[in-house]
Design a protein. Sequence first.
Length: 110
Amino acid sequence: MKVAFNGFNEQTATFEASGTVNAGEPVMISDNGTVSAANGAFCGICVGTRAGYAAVQLGGYIRVPYSGTLSVGFAPLVGNSGKIKSDSTNGRNILVVDVDTTNHYAGIIL
């Protein structure tokens, strides 16, 4: 890719982690100040965990694994088993700016 979006408008907040939350996975709000792994609509992507807390990127550009088919442009996305996927019924419209179909990673702007 000839351009880079890394660092664009990154916004990260720390939440308590409920259950298993891993870096690189979409997460959802599950209680007051708490996130869990997302299987459905997600609020952000976990960028790191430590001692029961999760750093969650809530805005900006990030590359994430995806399943199914994805193309650039706005897409209704949900979290699913640690990845994102398109879901026209339950998805949140998120801007997909690049798709690596070989490695199944997508660059999105939250």
